[in-house]
Design a protein around this ligand. Structure first.
Ligand code: CP
Length: 302
């Protein structure tokens, strides 16, 4: 495979290979010298048109741990403000010798378009409300690490599904890997096409919690909302927020996940975010190994 654009493009064997490779590469993070010569002489460009804390820094760290040269391009402060298009920006960076372009963009489909213009590999780091494949892969890695399996796992994804690229990538990947996904949201925060997705849908968080091995909380993406999707933050939190009382109703072995950034007090209470059952920092740590694995496999490292 040359690009990573959608988790829907991965077969079960390909997805498992990514997770297994990440598990091997995770050992590099335990060494005093956290570096492999694998991608020496290769260039990775991080092309970010939208803000990011976790994804951009972990792609940068992953590429550096594999000894690649890294260019960090942020649309803010670049010639994009003078009207330069995505295509011309990408071709400019390619002319500097990019072997891989990691792109985050507010437009759904931007990564697919980029893949038709550049010669190197394209890695989708989040395109609009469409997909965020490496987030889903690091989520699956974390579930397998914590619970020992993915096959048959019951995963609830809760919150703003309508604007979530993480939800779509997770449904596609987890289904491929044998897990059962239930989306939990108010009707206004579900896409109209959700009945074509390979998952269950519920409006009742309290009904789903006791039956879940994993509860993945999602942020309400206010920055993508032009309308009002629920009466008030307070009512949203009361119906769809995860607090200590709801955590107590989950099975004892069940974990809480969140891709970040979290909005404490809205979709997740501070006592849950800080609980040992919440894997948010483990997800961030696993994201580095997972992105090393993806870069290694796409760029043919040795
Ligand atoms: N989970 C995630 O994509 O976080 P960032 O927006 O900080 O990269």
């Amino acid at each position: 495979m040359r690009h990573l654009l959608s988790t829907g493009d991965l077969s079960r064997d390909e997805a498992t290979l990514v997770l297994d490779t990440a598990a091997e590469l995770a050992q590099v993070g335990d060494r005093s010298v956290k570096k492999l010569p694998t991608l020496r002489g290769r260039t990775v460009v991080n092309l970010f048109y939208e803000d990011s804390t976790r994804t951009r820094t972990s792609f940068e760290l992953a590429a550096k741990r594999l000894s690649a040269d890294v260019i960090n391009f942020s649309a803010k402060g670049s010639s994009v403000s003078k009207g330069e298009s995505l295509k011309d920006t990408a071709l400019t960076l390619q002319a500097m010798g990019a072997d891989a372009v990691v792109i985050r963009h507010s437009a759904s489909g931007a990564a697919h378009r980029l893949a038709t213009w550049v010669d190197g590999s394209v890695l989708n780091a989040g395109d609009g409300t469409h997909e965020h494949p490496t987030q889903a892969l690091l989520d699956a890695y974390t579930m397998r690490e914590r619970l020992g399996r993915l096959d048959g796992l019951r995963v609830a994804v809760v919150g703003d599904i309508l604007h979530s690229r993480v939800a779509r990538s997770n449904v596609l990947l987890l289904t491929t890997l044998g897990a059962h996904v239930t989306l939990v949201a108010p009707p206004t925060l579900l896409p109209v096409s959700v009945d074509t997705w390979t998952c269950e849908v519920s409006y009742d968080l309290d009904d789903v919690l006791p039956k879940s091995d994993v509860v993945m909380m999602l942020r309400v993406q206010a920055e993508r909302m032009r309308d009002s999707f629920f009466p008030s933050v307070r009512e949203y939190s009361r119906n769809y927020g995860l607090d200590g009382a709801r955590l107590a109703r989950m099975p004892e072995h069940a974990i809480v996940m969140h891709p970040g950034p979290m909005v404490r007090g809205m979709e997740i209470a501070a006592e849950v975010a800080d609980s040992p059952r919440c894997t948010v920092t483990a997800q961030v740590a696993n994201g580095v190994s997972l992105r090393m694995a993806v870069l290694y496999l796409l760029l043919g490292g040795s």
